[in-house]
Design a protein around this ligand. Structure first.
Ligand code: CA
Length: 372
């Protein structure tokens, strides 16, 4: 409610400011391209945001909407952002190319979708047994991660920003019990990125599908299992109707960062204050999405268990141990792919080693003490 009020205030301000600016301006002749109007003021621009999510999908799609509204509101209407759901303007997995070539100025997705563009991109999304949301943000903002991410996207004419985090995900929905690592053999599962590589090492078959195709694929038996996000999002897709067992924890995505990529030409053409608006709007959205997930997951888990009688299970420790060993192999091999991937890997691993020690005597110790 508070957020809605805040946005309404921002939106109201945007309309007034937009009207004032617009009244003295000629219609813009170069959509998306920021320009001074010759009198020192800035012509409003219309930006498109393409996304890898179904339009208005809880958490992810609404997170993209929230960011778009923030940019529009905080810029006083000088940047007006319109959001497109997956396939409305371009298919989910063409978001990267669309923003790179300037079809849209903004893209909302997650970096592990783009490993075909750059192996290093995967570190900026989710690494199996990697960093939690809190740790990812620490690495990105204060541990050198963001500089490396910018370097990774620079050749594609893109400026990356962290724009949300799901927190720890669930291991997923399975139509068979997982009691030993052998039970993953032959399993056809939707699981993207590095988690998918690890599943392949364990003898399974990883499949990459956009979110909108999960339910029917699982229900029809085209796949045996799928991970998606966590209770809030998984409830929204009705996945409990298509699979029997709901396993945790999401070893493959311990704190997945969502991204907002900006077309670099469009970003560079903005005056400094608007660059700061875009950058800091993303930073607000990054924190807000995590807060929303934590709050909504609690409620959604209760609904899944109490109303839909979902069988929630922990993956056996020995399965997790084997997955951790395989993950170390898979993640280590990315470092061998190219020099940039090696540098990103080394930065990530050094940060991870340190933060594991600190969190062992802070967050982990407290959570263990609290649960008794
Ligand atoms: Ca996931």
């Amino acid at each position: 409610m508070k957020r809605r009020l805040f946005l309404r205030r921002l939106g109201g301000g945007a309309l007034v400011a937009g009207a004032t600016l617009g009244a003295g301006c000629k219609p813009q002749d170069t959509p998306g391209q920021a320009q001074e109007d010759g009198r020192g003021s800035f012509r409003p621009v219309k930006w498109k945001m393409v996304t890898t999510w179904p339009k208005n999908f809880p958490g992810l799609g609404t997170g993209a909407n929230f960011l778009a509204d923030l940019i529009t509101g905080m810029s006083g209407g000088r940047i007006q952002v319109k959001v497109y759901g997956a396939t409305e303007l371009v298919p989910a997995f063409e978001v990267f190319d669309a923003v790179s070539r300037g079809t849209a100025e903004l893209g909302h997705g997650s970096a592990y979708y783009w490993k075909g563009k750059s192996e290093a991109a995967q570190f900026f999304s989710a690494v199996p047994f990697g960093l939690t949301a809190e740790e990812m943000n620490a690495w990105l903002y204060h541990g050198g991660g963001m500089e490396l991410w910018k370097e990774t996207y620079e050749p594609f004419g893109l400026v990356p920003m962290a724009a949300g985090n799901t927190g720890v995900q669930m291991a997923g929905w399975f139509n068979r019990e997982i009691n030993t690592i052998e039970d993953l053999r032959g399993l056809k599962m939707r699981i993207p990125g590095l988690g998918g590589e690890v599943l392949a090492r364990a003898g399974g078959t990883p499949v990459s599908l956009p979110g909108g195709e999960l339910f029917t694929s699982l229900q029809s038996g085209a796949i045996d299992a799928t991970e998606w996000v966590n209770p809030y999002n998984d409830l929204a897709f009705g996945l409990y109707k298509a699979a029997k067992h709901y396993y945790y924890p999401g070893w493959h995505e311990p704190g997945t960062t969502l991204e907002c990529m900006v077309n670099k030409k469009a970003f560079d053409a903005l005056p400094e204050d608007l660059q700061a608006v875009v950058t800091n709007a993303a930073r607000v959205a990054n924190q807000d999405m995590l807060s929303e997930y934590v709050a909504r997951n609690n409620q959604a888990l209760q609904t899944l268990v109490d109303e839909h009688h979902v069988d929630v299970r922990k993956l056996p420790d020995r399965v997790l141990e084997r997955l951790r060993e395989l993950s170390e192999q898979v993640v280590g091999e990315i470092a061998e792919k190219d020099p940039l991937s090696r540098r990103v890997f080394e930065s990530f691993q050094a940060f991870r080693r340190q933060v594991i020690k600190w969190n062992a005597i802070s967050t982990s110790a407290f959570l263990n003490a609290r649960s008794g």
